[in-house]
Design a protein around this ligand. Structure first.
Ligand SMILES: [Zn+2]
Length: 127
C-alpha cells in the first residue's frame, strides 16, 4: 500500500500514513501525535513515499544521490523518472506537478496554487 506524507495543521508535526487506494480520500488521515484530523498532505515527497516495494527502495537509494530536494528542477526530474519506473499512469495532477517543478517552480508554490493537493481529499492515482 502506498504511503502519504501529511503535516498536522493542529500540532504542526509530520506523519507518514498508509492508505490503500480504496481507503484514500474516504478515510480521513488522523494525526498520530494529537489525533487531529486536520491533516494537510505534503506534495514534495509524493514520489519518494509512493511505494514500500524493496526493489524500488534500492533503486531510489541509488537515485537519491543525485537528488537535491531544494532544487525544484532536480526534484521534478527525479519524480518524472520515478513515475516512469513505476510504469503507472500517475495522473494529470502528478504530471502537472512534475512539469512545474522542472520549470523551476518551488513545491510550496505549486501546492498553494493547487488547493486539491493540500486538501488531502483527492485521489492522486485516480487515472
Ligand atoms: Zn497533530
Amino acid at each position: 500500500m502506498p504511503f502519504y506524507d501529511f503535516q498536522c495543521s493542529a500540532c504542526g508535526k509530520y506523519a507518514r500514513l498508509q492508505f490503500s487506494y480504496s481507503e484514500y480520500g474516504k478515510v480521513p488521515p488522523v494525526c498520530p501525535h494529537c489525533q487531529s484530523q486536520e491533516m494537510k498532505r505534503r506534495i514534495s515527497r509524493v514520489a519518494v513515499a509512493k511505494s514500500e516495494d524493496a526493489r524500488l527502495d534500492s533503486m531510489m537509494d541509488a537515485d537519491l544521490s543525485g537528488l537535491d530536494e531544494n532544487d525544484p528542477q532536480s526534484l521534478g526530474k527525479f519524480m518524472r523518472k520515478m513515475g516512469q519506473e513505476m510504469g503507472e499512469d500517475m495522473g494529470d495532477e502528478f504530471n502537472e506537478v512534475v512539469d512545474r517543478l522542472e520549470k523551476g517552480e518551488s513545491p510550496e508554490s505549486i501546492e498553494q496554487s493547487m488547493p486539491d493537493l493540500a486538501g488531502g481529499a483527492d485521489l492522486p492515482l485516480d487515472a
